[in-house]
Design a protein around this ligand. Structure first.
Ligand code: HEC
Length: 474
């Protein structure tokens, strides 16, 4: 008796929350679900009240944006960026496809692009990297004991008179900091004054390692350098900072920060994290294979096509593995004919001493080593050819450009494929709807989301919103 009543309650509950007829799900249940779908966490009662009212009034997009960008008194620490977007893209930054890897320049850049409504189809080739905005201790920053104004800063006293409250000023023994506005670094007159919680010992230590100070949070990131270490991003993660905070992560150029040569820059494909995951060791095929997997949603096994001519297959691939050429023809060639043709794009890159390096005009030795078959292809430049425009992989929807030099033209070619856009829609749908795309119903919805995303200038934030609203109708 008890059991069947429980079962009955369960059925009733599931009809209320997952029923077929959307009208049956209350605005409150939808509000809860929307919040969970975008953040992975549950709303507070107050947040639920706000969202319920918006949904009841038909303002669905507004409700979603409130959750995403913490408007209308919603305070979730940036869970949309810190949890949902980060968990979706972190697997793109390592070979295991793990969500557990730390924040890095690639994931931070993607998060920034989503937050700032950038045209996402350009992320594979634009010069961009997101990092924390701050002031280095040896840069435009001075710390000093309360009211002992440094003579090296003109108008120090006026600045502090302007910026500090009476309460700030009253605190004894505190250090004060005058710093240049990190969001306006080129205007040295744009200075501000604030009280810091750090002691003199802390501040001296930060000065010695030239740490990065975040004035709006009175926090420190241990390094401002991002080319040969991931510590900058790990420090952001370990302090649990809100990645949706527009004063924290900001766009900058990869030039100097990561690369000495502008020609080496190609969006997230030339970030340090991309190099650390895929250019390190190996033969520079992984950056292509994993671009296919993560950006076009195609595993190498699916791309395997043995009808493609093998003139680009390199010398390290055995033409008669295990003593039989049929294995080569029926197996190896399926991936290597196409992949080796594309991997020329990365010929001038290597990952050495924790850094993604690029030597203009110099083919990395790993491209041509291990000569097993002397007549195989020898890489002599960063020219690449896309042989997958023919055969089964033509269906990826390539644009006209099928040859190029270097990574940027390779990234542009990927950006113009139909597969890139539908792959983004599929991954977003799976993330916010908490299920894999399997049924034709799912596929139809992903196709609709893809079309809307394309019509909307590739706005990834809107793609997340549209996908989460679609799932509300389940
Ligand atoms: C399903 C696709 C696929 C097939 C089939 C395939 N390979 Fe590969 N191969 C790859 C990928 C991807 C890499 C790059 C791996 C990496 O660096 O992580 C690779 C790398 C290699 C390398 C370089 C190893 C290195 O250290 O980077 C050799 C040698 C090689 N393959 C030989 C073969 C031979 C021989 C066959 C046939 C028996 C074969 N492959 C079949 C995808 C494939």
């Amino acid at each position: 008796m008890k059991l069947s009543r429980l079962a009955f309650t369960a059925i009733l509950f599931s009809t209320l929350t997952h029923g077929q007829d959307p009208a049956e799900m209350s605005a409150r249940a939808k509000a809860r679900r929307l919040y969970l779908s975008l953040t992975g966490v549950s709303p507070s009662k107050g947040e639920l009240d706000t969202l319920e009212a918006k949904l009841a009034a038909g303002n669905k997009r507004e409700a979603a944006l409130d959750v995403i960008d913490q408007r209308s008194n919603i305070r979730n620490g940036g869970a949309f960026y810190n949890v949902t977007v980060k968990d979706m893209v972190t697997p793109w930054t390592n070979k295991d496809g793990s969500t557990l890897a730390p924040l890095n320049d690639m994931s931070a850049t993607i998060i920034g692009w989503v937050r700032d409504n950038k045209q996402f189809n350009k992320i594979l080739y634009t010069d961009t990297v997101y990092k924390a905005s701050g002031v280095t201790f040896k840069g435009e920053l001075k710390y000093f004991p309360r009211a002992s104004y440094p003579s090296s800063v003109p108008n120090a006293q006026q600045l502090c008179d302007r910026d500090l409250s009476a309460a700030d000023r009253a605190i004894q023994n505190n250090y004060w900091i005058i710093y240049n506005n990190p969001l306006n670094p080129n205007d040295l007159n744009d200075k501000k004054c604030r009280v810091t919680k750090f002691s003199k010992t802390d501040l001296d230590n930060y000065y010695n390692i030239n740490a990065l100070y975040l004035p709006h949070l009175d926090l420190v990131i241990e390094t401002n350098l991002i080319d040969a270490t991931n510590n900058h991003y790990e420090s952001i993660s370990s302090q649990g900072l809100d990645l949706g905070d527009t004063k924290l992560l900001n766009h900058t150029s990869q030039e100097v920060k990561i690369h000495a040569y502008p020609i080496a820059i190609s969006g997230i494909l030339s970030t340090r994290a991309y190099g650390a995951a895929y250019v390190i060791a190996g033969t520079n095929r992984a950056p292509v294979a994993f671009a296919m997997k993560n950006f076009l949603c195609k595993e190498m096994e699916e791309l395997n096509d043995t009808t493609i001519p093998d003139y680009r297959v390199r010398r390290d691939i055995d033409r008669s593995p295990g003593g039989t050429s049929s294995t080569y023809k029926n197996r190896c060639v399926g991936c290597h004919a196409g992949m080796d043709g594309l991997a020329g794009a990365y010929a001038y890159y290597d990952f050495v001493n924790d850094k993604l390096i690029y030597k203009p005009g110099v083919v990395s030795s790993k491209m041509n080593h291990n000569v097993v078959f002397n007549e195989g292809f020898v890489t002599q430049s960063d020219q690449w050819t896309n042989l997958w425009v023919e055969g089964q992989n033509a269906k990826l929807g390539w644009s006209s450009s099928t040859v190029g030099e270097g990574v940027r033209s390779f990234g542009m070619m990927l950006s113009e494929t139909e597969a890139f856009h539908s792959c983004m829609a599929k991954q977003v749908y799976e993330k916010v709807c908490f299920r894999k795309v399997k049924s034709t119903w799912d596929q139809t919805r992903v196709a609709q989301l893809t079309q809307a995303y394309k019509n909307d200038n590739f706005n990834m934030k809107n793609l997340f919103i549209n996908a989460s609203l679609t799932c509300l109708e389940d």
